[in-house]
Structures are given as structure tokens and as C-alpha cells.
Design a protein around this ligand. Structure first.
Ligand SMILES: *[C@@H]1O[C@H](CO)[C@@H](O)[C@H](O)[C@H]1NC(C)=O
Ligand SMILES: *[C@@H]1O[C@H](CO)[C@@H](O)[C@H](O)[C@H]1NC(C)=O
Ligand SMILES: *[C@@H]1O[C@H](CO)[C@@H](O)[C@H](O)[C@H]1NC(C)=O
Ligand SMILES: *[C@@H]1O[C@H](CO)[C@@H](O)[C@H](O)[C@H]1NC(C)=O
Ligand SMILES: *[C@@H]1O[C@H](CO)[C@@H](O)[C@H](O)[C@H]1NC(C)=O
Ligand SMILES: *[C@@H]1O[C@H](CO)[C@@H](O)[C@H](O)[C@H]1NC(C)=O
Ligand SMILES: *[C@@H]1O[C@H](CO)[C@@H](O)[C@H](O)[C@H]1NC(C)=O
Ligand SMILES: *[C@@H]1O[C@H](CO)[C@@H](O)[C@H](O)[C@H]1NC(C)=O
Ligand SMILES: *[C@@H]1O[C@H](CO)[C@@H](O)[C@H](O)[C@H]1NC(C)=O
Ligand SMILES: *[C@@H]1O[C@H](CO)[C@@H](O)[C@H](O)[C@H]1NC(C)=O
Ligand SMILES: *[C@@H]1O[C@H](CO)[C@@H](O)[C@H](O)[C@H]1NC(C)=O
Ligand SMILES: *[C@@H]1O[C@H](CO)[C@@H](O)[C@H](O)[C@H]1NC(C)=O
Length: 517
């Protein structure tokens, strides 16, 4: 009897608690809605509907566990609305209010509950300092991920002293951080942070010393105005997997000693800086490296023969981007040891000599880009083994001979640029068999013979450039068969342009032909 009464009482308390909790959640949501300048934007957030069915709400056991709204102009004030009514939801685990026109500033600690793990308020107009953002993170005791990308953080510096106990991911990209005082402060606190994105701000000055960088795996400081040499600043970041410093004003030699202390490095992007000196031989020791982008710097000297293997360790490089530097010498035969390469870009350098046959062994290669060098000799027939090749660009070199027939087997080709060389022979008819071809540039060479009518077959071709050759005959009428209409009255860059319109056959793209006959 007593037991039963106790049991009933217990049931009653449980029921009461559940009801109370549910009411608490819905009250907070309705209060949030009513705090908006135009509450009706959340039209289905009303007490006649089940709370767990409200737009953006996900529940677990009847409690709000997640709120996700994207692209709806709520125009809520962060502190007065979000912090006041959403963050206190006792079971909230993830909150995403992306591109919802949130305003106001983060001014330090908030009333966060213990379950919140992910907070994404990217794409808004939130103001505040880096330290107030960190302070917000610290007041949510289990917050792991804070995304403030694309806001207006950084106009002020506050002297909160949060310690970033739990945060693992902090995205502050696309904000308005201008001095390196904020990042300097942050770098003294990185704690357990694994992922830090400060890209696309306006940070000036040198990279601040990262005091204890042992946890950091992903560091992006690209697209800022950082200056100076890099090496002692990052050498404690021994667990980095991704390092992007592109689009700054760094100078000096590639910080190879600091990089060699990062055995897990997979992605290194130093493009668009002023790094000079030569390409270090010991890159071959970074055995996890998949992306090496050093483009648009002032790197000189030759590509080391041992770049991808020194006989002991090897790189599994996928992307090698060395364009727009002062590299010279022959293209090493041993580049064939970079067996996983998907993209090789050596354009805008000073390479001379011939293109090695051995590149035909790079069976995963999709992009072979070597325009604007001093390469001579013939296009190697062995390139026909590159069955994945999509883009072959050898423009502005001094290549001779004919287009190798074997390329007919590179059926993925969608872009062929061989213009401004000294190529001879006829334009191969088999080019029309390349089902995926979109752009064909053969101008400013010494091709002879007729323009193959087959090029007019209805495929994906939209740009055909044949000007300045020794072609004879007329524009084959078959080239126009996809439209039956040729317009030859446009000039682009001083060249006559023939447009075969697509008005009669919606399956065909517009074909633009540049010719000067
Ligand atoms: C509640 O939302 C429903 C639509 O989900 C709407 O039909 C109803 O009129 C709303 N009730 C109130 C009181 O706003
Ligand atoms: C919301 O923000 C976007 C981007 O900042 C802006 O284009 C849009 O006009 C804003 N909408 C409202 C209703 O404020
Ligand atoms: C946090 O909650 C307490 C007690 O409910 C309240 O006094 C305080 O103003 C709240 N702080 C913020 C920043 O919302
Ligand atoms: C942060 O949000 C932006 C915009 O939604 C997104 O592009 C970015 O990937 C997010 N960052 C992380 C680390 O997930
Ligand atoms: C960025 O910050 C500067 C001052 O540091 C300020 O003058 C400017 O208005 C801010 N820009 C935006 C878009 O918030
Ligand atoms: C660096 O940070 C890690 C993780 O937070 C910690 O375990 C380690 O003791 C710190 N090292 C130093 C020298 O402070
Ligand atoms: C690299 O640039 C620095 C200054 O930016 C200069 O002192 C040094 O001589 C340059 N080194 C080479 C190899 O050009
Ligand atoms: C690298 O490639 C060259 C030429 O393809 C080859 O002769 C050499 O044995 C390779 N080196 C190693 C260490 O595999
Ligand atoms: C191009 O090659 C031809 C023949 O091999 C040679 O006579 C000429 O000097 C070369 N031109 C340049 C600019 O290297
Ligand atoms: C294209 O590949 C096929 C099959 O591998 C081969 O028989 C043929 O000779 C190749 N064509 C050319 C022109 O190399
Ligand atoms: C034609 O090619 C030559 C040699 O490659 C080059 O010097 C010249 O600038 C090119 N002309 C045009 C108009 O591109
Ligand atoms: C076109 O040129 C080729 C050699 O390049 C020549 O055999 C042929 O007679 C020429 N045809 C015409 C119509 O001029």
C-alpha cells in the first residue's frame, strides 16, 4: 500500500518534471520568437503546433536537441535573443543560425548549458573581439566547435581572459580582424584547439608566436596581410595536417626545417607570397604530403630529382602546383616517381629542353599544364597513356612535330591548348572523336591542310582557335551543320570570330571559332 502510494507519487513527480521541462523548452522558443522584430517569420512556432515539429527544431526524448535555421532573415540580436532564450535550452546540443541576419555583439560570457557542442552562427553581422568570442566559447563548458565565419568580429579588443578549455574548432574566417594583437592573444591560449581558421581577414604584421601548438592540426591564415619570414613561429606545430599561408606577403626561403618537424602534413599551401630560394630536396621526407602549392612566388633553381623519392622515403603527392616562379632547367625525368599525381602545373617558369616521355607513366594525371616556358622537341607520344587526362596545356613554348595520334585514346580530354608553338602537320580528324572536348586551341602554329569538317560534329566543343596557321580551303559548311548558321562579323582581340549559333539545336553548345584565313 505504502509502496504503491510512493510509486504513484514518483510517477506523478516524473510526469510533472517531464511536463515542466517541455513547457520550459516551448516557453523559451516562444520568447525567442517574440523577441524578433518580425515574429511571424517563424509562422509555425506557436503553441497549437507540436514543439518538436517547429521549423528547424529537432528533439530527443521530447526535448529540443538541435535548432538549425539557414537563410531566413530572423534579424535577431545575438545577446538579447539568441543568448537569452536559445542557449539556455537545457538539452540543446547543436545550434546553427547560418545566414539569418543576426546582429549585435558578442560581449563575453553567455548562459550556455552543459550539452551544447556545436555553435554555428556564420554568415551574419555579429560584432565583437576575438577574445569575446573565446569568452563565449569558454562559458559553454562542452562546446567543441564554434563557427563565426563571415561576420564582423575583430573591430575591438577586449581583455577577457578565457582559457579555451574544450574548444576544438574555431572558424573566424571572413571577418574583420586587422591587427595581430587578437591572434597573438589567441595563440597564447590555443589549448586543445585542433582547427583554427583565420583566413580572409585583414591581419597585418608578422605571425605571432604560437606558444603551445601541440594540438593544432589545421591552421589557415591565408588571405591576410601577414609579412615576414615563417619558421620559428610555426615550428612547435608538429601535428599540423593542413597549413595554408597563401596570399600574404611572406618572404625568405621555404621554411623546410619547420615543415620537416610536421610528419603528418598533407596539405601545404604557400602560394601568392614572396618566398624565394630553391625548392628544398628534403620535401621527399614529408611522406604524407598530398598537396604542395608554391605557385606565384619567386622560387628559382631546378626541381630536385629526388622530389618525390630519395630512395628511402617517398611522397604520395597528388597536386604539384609550381606555376609562376623562376624555376629553370629540364623537367626531371624522375617526376614519374610522383606516381599519384593528379595535377602537375609548371606553367610560367623558365623550363627548357623537352617534355620527358616518363610523364606518360603518371596514370592518374588529369591536368598537365606547362604553358609559357621554353620547352622544345616533340610532344611525347607516351602521353597517350594518360587515360585520365582532362586538360593538356602546352601553349607558348617552342614545341615542334605533329600532334601525337595516341591522344585519341585520352578520351577524358576536355581542354587542349597547343597554341603558339611550331607544330606542323594537319589537324587530326580523330580530334572530333574526343567526346568531352570543350576547348581546342591550335592557333599560331604551322599546321597545314584543310580544317576537318568532322570538328563540326555535335559534341561539347565551344571554343575552336585555329588562327595564324597555314591552313587552306574554306570553312567547311559541315562545321555549321549543328546550326545551319554562321556569323563572321565579330572581332575579339582583333581576331575574326565565327560563331555557329545554337538556336536550332538545343542539344548543341554554341561553337566559337577563331580563324584568320
Ligand atoms: C499556428 O501555425 C499554424 C501553421 O503551422 C497556423 O495555421 C495557425 O494559424 C497558427 N496559430 C496561431 C495562433 O498563430
Ligand atoms: C540579410 O542579410 C543579407 C546579407 O547580408 C542582406 O542581403 C539582406 O538584405 C538581409 N535581409 C534583411 C531582411 O535584413
Ligand atoms: C544568465 O542567467 C542569469 C540567471 O538566470 C541572469 O541573471 C543573467 O542575466 C543571465 N546572463 C546572460 C548573459 O544572459
Ligand atoms: C563555417 O561556416 C561556413 C559557412 O557556412 C562554412 O563554409 C565553413 O565550412 C564552416 N567551417 C567549418 C570548419 O565547418
Ligand atoms: C573593419 O574594421 C575597421 C576598423 O578596424 C572599421 O573601420 C571597418 O568599418 C570595419 N569593417 C566592417 C565591414 O565591419
Ligand atoms: C601544451 O598543451 C598540451 C595540450 O593542451 C599539454 O598537454 C602540454 O602540457 C602543453 N605543453 C606545454 C609545454 O605547455
Ligand atoms: C631572398 O629574399 C631575401 C629578401 O627578401 C634576400 O635577402 C635574399 O638574398 C633572397 N635570396 C635569394 C636566393 O634570392
Ligand atoms: C625515379 O625515376 C627514375 C626515372 O623514371 C628512375 O630511373 C628511378 O629509378 C626512380 N627512383 C627511385 C628511387 O625509384
Ligand atoms: C625554337 O626552336 C627552333 C628549332 O628547334 C630554334 O631554331 C629556335 O631558336 C627556338 N626558339 C626559341 C625562342 O627558343
Ligand atoms: C589506342 O588504344 C588502343 C587500345 O589500347 C590501341 O590498340 C591503339 O593502338 C591506340 N591508338 C593509338 C593511336 O595509339
Ligand atoms: C606566336 O607564337 C610565338 C612563338 O611561340 C610567340 O612568340 C608569339 O607571341 C605568338 N603570337 C601570338 C599573337 O600569340
Ligand atoms: C592545301 O595545302 C596542301 C598542302 O599543304 C596542298 O596539297 C593542297 O593542294 C592545298 N589545297 C588547296 C585547295 O589549296
Amino acid at each position: 500500500m505504502v509502496t504503491q502510494a510512493l510509486y504513484c507519487l514518483l510517477q506523478y513527480i516524473l510526469l510533472f518534471c517531464t511536463l515542466f521541462a517541455k513547457a520550459g523548452d516551448v516557453d523559451l522558443l516562444i520568447s525567442f520568437k517574440n523577441s524578433l522584430p518580425y515574429p511571424n517569420i517563424l509562422s509555425d512556432w506557436n503553441r497549437t503546433n507540436a514543439m518538436c515539429e517547429f521549423h528547424g527544431i529537432t528533439c530527443k526524448s521530447g526535448h529540443v536537441s538541435s535548432l538549425t535555421i539557414r537563410g531566413l532573415p530572423l534579424r535577431a540580436d545575438f545577446m538579447n535573443s539568441v543568448s537569452a532564450y536559445i542557449l539556455p535550452l537545457p538539452n540543446l546540443e547543436t545550434l546553427t543560425l547560418h545566414s539569418t541576419n543576426l546582429t549585435g555583439s558578442i560581449s563575453g560570457p553567455v548562459n550556455c548549458t552543459v550539452r551544447l557542442k556545436e555553435l554555428d552562427i556564420s554568415g551574419n553581422n555579429i560584432e565583437g573581439s576575438v577574445s569575446s568570442a573565446a569568452s563565449l566559447a569558454d562559458s559553454c563548458p562542452f562546446l567543441q566547435s564554434l563557427n563565426l565565419s563571415d561576420n564582423s568580429i575583430g573591430n575591438a579588443f577586449d581583455s577577457f581572459s578565457p582559457i579555451l578549455r574544450h574548444l576544438k574548432m574555431l572558424d573566424l574566417s571572413y571577418n574583420n580582424i586587422t591587427t595581430n594583437k587578437d591572434p597573438e592573444w589567441l595563440f597564447s591560449k590555443v589549448g586543445l584547439l585542433k582547427y583554427l581558421d583565420l583566413s580572409n581577414n585583414n591581419i597585418q604584421g608578422t605571425i605571432p608566436q604560437i606558444v603551445n601548438c601541440t594540438s593544432l592540426q589545421h591552421l589557415d591564415q591565408s588571405n591576410n596581410q601577414l609579412i615576414g619570414t615563417v619558421s620559428s613561429d610555426i615550428k612547435t606545430c608538429t601535428r599540423l595536417v593542413t597549413l595554408s599561408l597563401s596570399n600574404n606577403n611572406f618572404f625568405g626561403e621555404i621554411p623546410i626545417l619547420a615543415l620537416l618537424a610536421m610528419p603528418r602534413l598533407e596539405h601545404l599551401d604557400l602560394a601568392f607570397n614572396n618566398f624565394n630560394g630553391s625548392l628544398p630536396k628534403s620535401f621527399s621526407k614529408l611522406t604524407s604530403l598530398e598537396v604542395l602549392d608554391l605557385s606565384a612566388n619567386k622560387i628559382s633553381g631546378q626541381i630536385p630529382h629526388s622530389l618525390c623519392t630519395d630512395g628511402v622515403s617517398s611522397l604520395k603527392l597528388l597536386y604539384l602546383q609550381l606555376q609562376d616562379n623562376f624555376l629553370t632547367g629540364h623537367i626531371p625525368i624522375s617526376l614519374s616517381n610522383c606516381t599519384n599525381l593528379v595535377s602537375l602545373d609548371l606553367s610560367f617558369n623558365l623550363f627548357f629542353g623537352s617534355i620527358p616521355d616518363s610523364l606518360g607513366a603518371l596514370s592518374n594525371l588529369q591536368y598537365l599544364i606547362m604553358w609559357q616556358n621554353n620547352l622544345n622537341g616533340e610532344i611525347p607520344g607516351k602521353l597517350s597513356s594518360l587515360r585520365s587526362l582532362r586538360n593538356l596545356n602546352l601553349e607558348y613554348n617552342n614545341l615542334t612535330g605533329t600532334i601525337p595520334d595516341g591522344l585519341v585514346n585520352c578520351t577524358s580530354l576536355n581542354w587542349i591548348s597547343l597554341g603558339s608553338n611550331q607544330l606542323t602537320g594537319s589537324i587530326p580528324i580523330w580530334i572530333s572523336q574526343l567526346e568531352n572536348l570543350v576547348v581546342l586551341i591550335l592557333g599560331n602554329n604551322s599546321f597545314t591542310g584543310l580544317i576537318p569538317a568532322e570538328l563540326g560534329n555535335c559534341k561539347g566543343l565551344v571554343y575552336l582557335e585555329l588562327s595564324s596557321n597555314q591552313l587552306n580551303g574554306s570553312i567547311p559548311s559541315a562545321l555549321a551543320k549543328q546550326s545551319g548558321k554562321i556569323v563572321v562579323d565579330l572581332l575579339v582581340d582583333g581576331w575574326p570570330v565565327v560563331i555557329l549559333g545554337d538556336s536550332y539545336n538545343p542539344q548543341c553548345h554554341k561553337l566559337t571559332i577563331r580563324l584568320s584565313l
